[in-house]
Design a protein around this ligand. Structure first.
Ligand code: ASP
Length: 590
């Protein structure tokens, strides 16, 4: 037997027992005639001791140990003289009688401490060593717990976990597909699924009325901050449901996870907000409602003061930032530059400062004191507060104000990662017009059903009508991050056909790409709907971290590379030939 206990297990009650541990040498130190070894495994660290009374052989063995050597240690549990309250095993140590070397180790390229001295790249290259560190162990065990509790909850609600294929037909709609050449079908390709969307709908047609899968999805997108080309979803679908049924079921899942993973009870129903309100009050379709600072529409009150910037703008909006009336001119100028950056996209920033000395603004030339007071009162701003105003095209300005709102929330410490504010955002538009390609795109995906009351508009050929069609779609938002999204689906082949037509697809194209789904709908498709949660992100939010990478055992870097295995890589000539492939990519210069 390699071990009787783990390195995180022994307590004062074990004193006197002879035990065998196995693990990695975290550290060795000598003090007088004593040698100490910290032995580490997944469960913790236990101190081993050797003193003068121990054999020379044992002493020699201990002196020869390097960091990360793998050993087996046999000895007797003793109470420590100087206890270490910082670790659970800190009351005891093991007086060694025997050490067996299981494997030597090269000196690791960085320290295996909570704060390592290794840079990100180095740690990515030696991920298997990095994974020995506590923060990563904590992240992965949280992930395990989340997956386990998800399965518990969904199983208790009669959901069946069913696997769907990874090699599927390429039907790019949202992102770009990753493709896989088929050796047996020369010149043809599979795609890796961006999500199991169509398969889960087919499972509904097949009668498996509650499906879920914790499933890998693949999207070949330009990697924006903290995205991974492969990521995991909790993917779910239900039959014979309306929106309320789906929201209640998955609000139940979120509450179950909060309770069983974090020990947090959410008694009340999660708030629900329309897409229009989310944009209007928060300038975002994923509002962070941990704090207020809502956007006020000032279009009515701010016009008509001969300030052409406002008078010419279709929309004017503002936020009240409490308690920052003492901001200096320099700080306001810095913020003005900040909002002008292309990422925010505002043209400028008007401020109204309300302090003991009175009201002061950057538009004093155009607005009387009473005008400003009226605006401030209307926004609920008081002494000590600052108002920031932007103007321009409505949605763009709302989004810019929303971005400023988040920035102020960050600067003022209003976004505590230990506080959780879940929210449902509903009633999204069905379609989004794209000027560049001159066509509509599905805002969620092409299988999302229009609201029944909007069907007339859905069959209209006027762009203005189509823009107004609402979707039976919803997002689950947590702390300003979209964690889940889903919809009630189209289950009627004619409506689905119309949807593809609205998206600019010819009948043949639709048939070629989605024929199997549309055909299936002719064989008795039940009304159905579902949702998918971004599992990696869900975990990182629960863990209070910004980055999802720590919650994935072997992630890619931000150019989509596996730094450890050095993938992607070229394949050899023979493999290429077998697949009927020829590369036209230039040789890489390193
Ligand atoms: N398949 C969708 C997605 O990946 C989620 C859903 O509608 O259930 O976003």
């Amino acid at each position: 037997m390699y071990r009787t206990h783990t390195c995180g297990e022994l307590r004062i009650d074990h004193v006197g027992q002879t035990v065998t541990l196995a693990g990695w040498v975290q550290r060795t130190r000598k003090m007088g005639g004593m040698s100490f070894i910290d032995l580490r495994d997944r469960y913790g660290i236990t101190q081993l001791v050797i003193d003068e009374s121990s054999s020379k052989e044992l002493n020699d063995m201990a002196s020869g140990l390097g960091r990360e050597y793998v050993i087996q240690a046999i000895g007797v549990v003793e109470e420590r003289h100087s206890k270490n309250a910082k670790i659970p095993t800190g009351d005891i140590e093991i007086k060694l009688t025997e050490i067996n070397m299981l494997n030597e180790a090269q000196t690791p390229p960085f320290t295996i401490e909570d704060e390592s001295d290794g840079g990100e790249e180095l740690r990515a290259k030696y991920r298997y060593i990095d994974l020995r560190r506590n923060p990563l162990k904590k992240a992965l065990s949280l992930r395990h717990k989340m997956a386990h509790e998800t399965r518990n909850y969904l199983d208790s609600k009669d959901f069946m976990e069913i696997e769907t294929p990874y090699l599927i037909k390429s039907t790019p709609e949202g992102a770009r597909d990753f493709v896989v050449p088929s050796r047996m079908n020369p010149g043809e390709f599979y795609a890796l699924p961006q999500s199991p969307q169509q398969y889960k709908q087919l499972l509904m047609v097949a009668g498996y009325d509650r499906y879920f899968q914790i499933v890998r999805c693949f999207r070949d997108e330009d990697l924006r901050a903290d995205r991974q080309p492969e990521f995991t979803q909790i993917d779910c679908e239900m039959s014979f449901v309306e929106r309320e049924d789906v929201l209640n079921t998955f609000e139940g899942l979120a509450k179950h996870l909060f309770k069983n993973v974090l020990g947090m009870e959410f008694k009340e129903q999660f708030p629900r907000m329309s897409y229009a309100d989310a944009m209007g009050f928060y300038g975002s379709d994923k509002p962070d409602i941990r704090f207020g600072m809502k956007i006020n529409d000032l279009t009515g009150v701010a016009k008509g003061h001969n300030f052409s910037v406002f008078d010419d703008a279709p929309y004017i909006g503002g936020i009240v930032v409490e308690g920052i009336a003492s901001y200096t001119r320099k700080q306001i100028d810095e913020l003005t530059e900040w909002v002008k950056r292309p990422q925010v996209g505002a043209k400028g920033l008007v401020y109204i400062r309300i302090s003991e000395e009175g009201i002061k603004s950057s538009v004093d030339k155009f607005f009387t004191h009473d005008d400003l007071k009226k605006i401030a009162d209307g926004m609920g701003a008081g002494v000590g507060d600052m108002i920031f105003i932007m103007s321009g095209i409505k949605t763009k300005t709302q989004v810019a104000l929303g971005t400023l709102r988040i920035e102020m929330g960050n600067r003022l410490g209003l976004r505590d990662p230990k506080v959780f504010a879940p929210l449902w955002v509903c009633d999204f538009p069905l379609l989004e017009w794209d000027d560049e390609t001159n066509r509509f795109y599905a805002m969620h995906h092409p299988f999302t059903s229009p609201k029944p009351e909007d069907l007339d508009k859905f069959y209209s050929n006027r762009k203005e009508d189509l823009e107004l069609v609402s979707a039976n779609a919803y997002d689950f938002v947590l702390n300003g991050t979209e964690v889940g999204g889903g919809s009630i689906r189209i289950h009627n082949s004619n409506i689905q056909k119309r949807m593809f037509e609205v998206l600019g697809m010819t009948d043949e194209e639709a048939q070629y790409k989605f024929g199997f789904l549309m055909n299936a709908f002719k064989f008795g498709a039940p009304p159905h709907g579902g949702i998918a949660f971004g599992f990696d992100r869900f975990c990182s939010l629960f863990g209070g971290q910004d980055t999802i990478r720590d919650y994935i055992a072997f992630p890619k870097n931000n150019t989509g590379r596996d730094m450890m295995a050095d993938a992607p890589s070229r394949i050899d000539e023979m493999q290429m030939n077998e697949l009927f492939l020829k590369s036209v990519a230039p040789e890489k210069t390193k």
